[in-house]
Design a protein around this ligand. Sequence first.
Ligand code: AMP
Ligand code: GLY
Length: 421
Amino acid sequence: MKILVVGGGGREHAIIKKIKENPQVEQIFALPGNGGIAQDATCVAIGAKEIDKITAFAVENGIDYAVVAPDDPLVLGCVDALEEKGIPCFGPHANAAIIEGSKVFSKNLMKKYGIPTAAYEVFDDCDKALAYLETAPIPTVIKADGLALGKGVIIAMTREEAKAAVVSMMQDKQFGASGDHVVVEEFLTGPEVSVLSFTDGKVVIPMVSSMDHKRAGDNDTGLNTGGMGTVAPNPYYTDAIAEECMNSIFLPTIEAMNAEGRTFKGCLYFGLMLTDKGPKVIEYNCRFGDPETQVVLPLLESDLLTVMQATTNGTLAETPVKFSDGSACCVIMASKGYPQAYDKGFEISIPAAVAPHVYVAGAELKGETLCTSGGRVLGVTATAATLADAIDKAYGLTAQVQFDNAYYRRDIGAKALKAKG
Ligand code: AMP
Ligand code: GLY
């Protein structure tokens, strides 16, 4: 089989390495991929948002199955376009990807179908939003409606911060049209859990739970990033909570999307907060999370491609999806300075024994040499029977990877270990 994977980050590298385990796979193309992915797939210089070029490439190269991994192409209708050409795909249609593409849509969906989430108001008028903020409870959370490179969420600890966020989104158009509508949301507290799931629109099969570490610095200090590391499973996510989430969130969401005529197929990501009033949805993503995928897929014992095809064919109920009982830890190695300015172009050295554990995100080949090209450069994942061992092993491997200006958090998994007691 010839497989096409749209995207070019650490998540896509993890998906590609896992798909490669299937003996029927002859060739994998990554569009655009990256310098590290080039070890495992044929990278082609077509951007993830270039839908016409992607479909033309898929047709010309006789692609048997396509995986559309990032949010942008999904929201832009990449799956619809590929299917029109007869190419089966993993990922939701555009009319279902809106669950991530529009926060106004997802909040209204949850309200309509009684799915627990933070209370909220939607504004399309800056003055009205500012007037509301005069008396709104503080802290509050301001969210741009559309995709904003993961930066469209502001936790405002003061009234002034909240107003400044609204002005920058709605008036100054910091995120372009994504700020035409803004959600002002109740501030929730509690442990956060990421639950990725496979769904074919009929059944929903949660994957092993995970915990992201979004802040740049140790002990959750510093700026928000795309994610500095992950562990799985998430110790806060007990069997009892999992059952509650299945009944109050996962199944109701699948059914709500069906009722709206927007059947969701692919990976639906539930970003949850475990509040003292029960689990609530913080956000939906219409795709695998990054860097959650880098700990979740290494624990998947079933064949990924088979499971993906079952979501496409609607046969997930008959398809075994098994995860190991072990734990995984992924440490992200970033360029010093990320998420702000950083230098790049430094040579990366990865010992052969460590390479199978590495998922490359921001690196390019200069000739034969792999060099840093992004803020988050790569992730190093280890699995083990216990979380403590997975963390130790991941840090042992991370220490063997070298490049100038490398920076990584030293406490990935520490909070999870503490929670386990
Ligand atoms: P993201 O949407 O991934 O950029 O990040 C959103 C992050 O903001 C979440 O992971 C939470 O940590 C935080 N967040 C979002 N909504 C709320 C809320 N209603 N209350 C508290 N924290 C929130
Ligand atoms: N790790 C969060 C995300 O992928 O959006």
